[in-house]
Design a protein around this ligand. Structure first.
Ligand SMILES: Cc1cc2nc3c(=O)[nH]c(=O)nc-3n(C[C@H](O)[C@H](O)[C@H](O)COP(=O)(O)OP(=O)(O)OC[C@H]3O[C@@H](n4cnc5c(N)ncnc54)[C@H](O)[C@@H]3O)c2cc1C
Length: 567
């Protein structure tokens, strides 16, 4: 392991909490890192107590729990923490992945190196018809924290109109004003409190502390291209250019697992079982009564006396519903899966944010290493003035970024990456077999709608303008791609350069129409004892990265569940 510093303290504590590092080893490393002895003893004591507690709980499992949470990702971590706040609730969390103690999980700029490892479900799409028939990766975090442990650490709430439109689709309690208050309560924002931003909440959010010189150039270049700066895209105005807010504290990833799940792991009423992959939901009539899961080479069953909440993410939650008999009846019957409930919308309406990788430049000077998450500046803009909210989001990458079909490019470079955040295309997800270990068919249908291609073409032009601006004169040796200008050439390049931000959503949509899967309280339509709470329930994808909205969904779900219990 590299020499330890103060900025690996969170990792060390988590290794103790996970039984991988003992007290002596921790105290020695903490001393070398310059952590005051008293603080080190306190941290070691808390982490060891959590480890001992979890070991005890795992060794003497209950037959039944009040609540079973499937998946400890962005939403699941919140649920685990909130539901177990009341000592009367016995809560079981089943997570297919491990603890997530790899050092790269804690180093924000290393997230790319976690993709395709054992910490990733490593899904991929079928060949994308409108994107030059290319197969596009769909990574999903597989560890405590889920995708919040392998994501790019960017904190974006979304546009208030996103949530107003969720509410307008028959989902009271999800409007922009309500969610503003909830986000505020969740945040501990380094920029201080105002009408929008919160301090003192469980999630530490910071503005890039010392942004890369390229990030400054990007914001200046955007202004030279006519895009004003926004002081706080999570505040009064999303539209404009600005530095990212990041889930980083003291140089380390500070995700929802660190903010909410880990501090709760010392509670005697919260059992967190890792390497526990749920294979099936169990039903008695219309009621979900428990789950079947694989753990330690065995197939086990456990009952829920109150509720099961499915937080396995936008790919695995619809997959789990379908393999348990909840989904489009004809598809399930064709695979020999007994139908518990016909819900035609399960796996439909799949959405994602498209990213075009990328407008790449070779640098004229040696560039400093990427800082923070390696992508510290962005902008939101409207491709047409008539739109009421931004639909495109270019992002600066402090390193080159290309699809395999277009690469490689020289290392000493950077990329301006056009993004589409209000896609019109809709894809779907289907099972191929009744076997839970079979991979689903994931068809994102990227660029399936012409409007998406046109919006991205405008985003490409904007990025090229920013890249060619005076602000980048000190860095730009030459533009490496896309190359030829003109509409046809640009569109052809977009099809080869299309990939995504890894934000799949909406495969178990919340709503009241015939394709909706859950109601506004996240209860699965037509069933009892079962909710879905994760990015899959979004009625429509938000206009920014989806981690903060997934956390909001977990928070809302826990409030609904606790209100029901005590109501
Ligand atoms: C590479 C990458 C970069 C990203 N960058 C950003 C970013 O910078 N900012 C941002 O806002 N968003 C980002 N996102 C997206 C964001 O992180 C996700 O939308 C969000 O974390 C989803 O939360 P979730 O609760 O829906 O699911 P997840 O976080 O995916 O959690 C699902 C959990 O369930 C577990 N699970 C799945 N199936 C089972 C099963 N059968 N049994 C038991 N457990 C199971 C999984 O292992 C996982 O831990 C990124 C995503 C990726 C992959």
């Amino acid at each position: 392991m590299e020499r330890l510093s103060n900025s690996t303290l969170g990792l060390l504590v988590h290794q103790v909490r996970s039984g991988e590092l003992d007290r002596e080893g921790f105290l020695q490393a903490a001393k070398e890192a310059g952590v005051p002895a008293e603080r080190a003893q306190q941290l070691a004591g808390e982490a060891l107590a959590a480890w001992e507690n979890q070991r005890r709980l795992r060794e003497s499992p209950r037959e039944a729990y009040d609540f079973i949470v499937i998946g400890a990702g962005s939403a699941g971590c919140v649920l685990a923490a909130r539901l177990s706040e009341d000592p009367a609730n016995h809560v079981l969390v089943l997570e297919a992945g491990g603890s997530g103690t790899h050092p790269d999980v804690f180093i924000p700029s290393r997230w790319r190196f976690l993709l395709g490892t054992e910490l990733d479900w490593s899904y991929q799409t079928v060949p994308q018809r409108h994107a030059a028939n290319r197969v596009i990766p769909c990574p999903r975090g597989k560890m405590l924290g889920g995708c919040a442990s392998n994501n790019a650490s960017v904190w974006v709430r979304g546009h208030h109109q996103d949530f107003d439109s969720w509410a307008a689709r028959g989902n009271p309690g999800w409007d922009g004003e309500t969610v503003r208050r909830i986000f505020k309560e969740l945040e501990d924002y380094s920029g201080g409190e105002d009408e929008y931003r919160g301090v003192g909440g469980p999630l530490r959010i910071s503005r890039a502390a010392d942004p890369h010189p390229l990030a400054h150039a990007f914001i200046e270049g955007a202004q030279q291209a006519g895009v004003p700066m926004t002081r706080d895209y999570n505040g009064a105005r999303m539209e404009g250019a600005g530095f990212f807010d990041l889930c980083i504290a003291d140089g380390e990833r500070f995700n929802v697992a660190r903010g909410l799940l880990f501090p709760a792991m010392g509670r005697p009423n919260l059992t967190v079982l890792t390497h526990a992959e749920v294979t099936r939901l169990l039903f008695e009539g219309n009621r979900c009564t428990g789950v079947e899961f694989r753990h330690g080479g065995q197939v086990r069953r456990v009952r829920a006396t109150r509720e099961v909440v499915l937080s396995a993410g936008a790919i695995n939650s619809p997959k789990m519903l379908m393999q348990s008999g909840v989904g489009p009846a004809d598809e399930l019957q064709a695979l020999g899966i007994p139908v518990v409930r016909h819900l035609p919308g399960v796996g439909q309406d799949l959405q994602d944010h498209i990213l075009v990788a990328g407008i790449n430049y070779e640098s004229s000077v040696p560039l400093p290493q990427p800082r923070g998450n390696g992508a510290e500046a962005t902008l939101w803009w409207r491709s047409h003035a008539a739109l009421s909210r931004p639909d495109i989001q270019p992002v600066l990458h402090e390193f080159p970024l290309v699809t395999p079909e277009l690469g490689p490019v020289p290392d000493n470079g950077y990329a301006l990456v056009p993004g589409l955040v209000r896609p019109a295309s809709r894809g779907h997800l289907r099972l191929t077999s009744a076997d839970p270990s079979a991979r689903p068919i994931i068809d994102m249908n990227y660029l399936g709608h012409e409007a998406d291609v046109e919006a991205l073409r405008i985003a490409v032009e904007l990025c090229r303008e920013i890249g060619a601006s005076r602000a980048f004169d000190g860095f730009r040796k030459r533009e490496l791609m896309p190359g030829p200008r003109g509409r046809a050439a640009t569109v052809e390049w977009i099809r080869k350069a299309t990939t995504c931000f890894f934000h799949p959503t909406s495969t178990c949509r919340m709503g009241v129409d015939e394709r909706a899967v859950v109601d506004s309280r996240l209860r699965v339509h037509g069933l009892e004892g079962l909710r879905v709470a994760d990015a899959s329930i979004m009625p429509e994808i938000t206009s920014g990265p989806t981690n903060a909205p997934a956390i909001l969904i977990g928070e809302q779900a826990s409030r609904f569940m606790l209100a029901t219990r005590h109501g």
